[in-house]
Ligand binder design. Structure first.
Ligand code: SF4
Length: 364
């Protein structure tokens, strides 16, 4: 079973209007340096796992906003690890050639690029700071340093986004020949600027029908371009799946370091402190034993997020239980046409993909 390492960098240069991740604008470089000191200690505490780690994912926040020397400090902390997949999240506006060269020098072989949309008016409405040409030059340069395993994040159902705009984004993905796409709808989260506007009656979310149509468009168009829809929100060409995310979705072990990071290691779920000042004192907030009950629940929810679904027999043998006896409501969601059980393989239907949460709620 693969093991992963997730490293969280909780800093962003500016805050996007929809974002509820663990992040903040750093006060100064000293704040970043103190954070990196704490991170270094936390990473060192997991040294005994280094030889078994196969994927590294540096996410945020915006890891690429760090300076070359700050980035190099992080890469040095983990240089003994020899991962198969080594990903860093990059925002186009903070990418430059020196950083790209540094990534390549330290063996980073995958970049997850925070594009969201190529439409500059929509980018401004989200408070994203990059331009379309910055996206394209970042991709070009990453390729020149030999990093061609690129994933692009897209958002759809942005207020003001038309179907044409969405199609233009998808066409750009195709034109740029991007091997991996993660595509999420804009969700109104509490404690975001959009939520603040919403509470004042100044923000209108997209109506559900248009959102459903957009989701269908994403699916159909990407499939017609040769992408495999392999997880509810993820698409890959030539099997360029996210190996790191597949660890999450198959209940593999992973270490999570940094503020607000989670892990699943040695049978425990770990939860780190979200607040940077508290994290710097003591990283771990709590750790909870992963019970059999939770394992089954997670296997079902993560398993159904994958388009290949769940092999019922294998799951029942692994956990010694009877799926339909334990979840009698499965029959109901089957009748509603949200899941299928063909030859013992449980999968979401097209309708179920869109109404995934309705299906997942029967397991909790
Ligand atoms: S969406 Fe990403 S870049 Fe924007 S504030 Fe959130 S973490 Fe930072």
């Amino acid at each position: 079973m693969m093991k992963g390492l997730y490293i969280h960098i909780p800093f962003c240069e500016s805050i996007c209007h929809y974002c509820d991740f663990v992040k903040r604008k750093p006060k100064d470089d000293q704040m970043i340096d103190e954070y990196l000191d704490a991170l270094s200690n936390e990473i060192a505490s997991y040294r005994s796992h280094f030889s078994t780690i196969e994927t590294i994912y540096i996410g945020g926040g915006t890891p690429s906003m760090l300076s070359v020397s700050q980035l190099e400090r992080i890469f040095m902390m983990i240089k003994e690890i020899e991962p198969i997949e080594y990903t860093i999240e990059v925002n186009p506006e903070s990418y430059d050639q020196k950083k790209g060269e540094l990534f390549a020098q330290y063996g980073i072989n995958r970049v997850s690029l925070g594009v969201q949309t190529f439409n500059e008016a929509l980018l401004t409405s989200l408070n994203r700071k990059h331009t379309k040409s910055q996206i394209i030059s970042a991709i070009d340069h990453l390729r020149t340093v030999g990093i061609d395993n690129i994933s692009v994040d897209l958002i759809y159902a942005i207020p003001g986004q038309s179907m044409d705009m969405l199609e233009e984004d998808l066409d750009m993905i195709q034109a740029l020949n991007i091997p991996h796409v993660s595509c999420y709808s804009l969700i109104l989260e509490e404690k975001t600027y959009f939520y603040h506007l919403f509470m004042k009656g100044l923000f209108k979310t997209m109506d559900e029908d248009t959102e459903a149509l957009m989701y269908e468009t994403v699916m159909e168009r990407l499939k017609s371009f040769g992408y495999e829809h392999y997880e509810i929100s993820n698409y890959a060409k030539d099997q360029k799946y996210s190996k790191h995310n597949l660890i999450y979705w198959t209940l593999g072990e992973y270490i999570g370091v940094g503020a607000g990071a989670h892990g699943l290691i040695d049978g425990y779920r770990t939860y780190n402190q979200r607040l940077i000042s508290t994290y710097i004192q003591t990283p771990l907030e709590r750790k909870e034993i992963q019970t059999q009950e939770q394992n089954i629940q997670d296997e079902l929810i993560f398993g159904l997020r994958k388009m290949s679904g769940i092999n019922i027999k294998e799951l029942e043998t692994k956990y010694q239980f009877d799926l339909y006896a334990r979840y009698p409501k499965l029959d109901e969601v089957k009748e509603l046409g949200l899941i299928t059980d063909l030859e013992g393989q449980l999968k979401l239907t097209q309708k179920g993909i869109f109404l995934g949460n309705q299906v997942f709620s029967i397991f909790v």
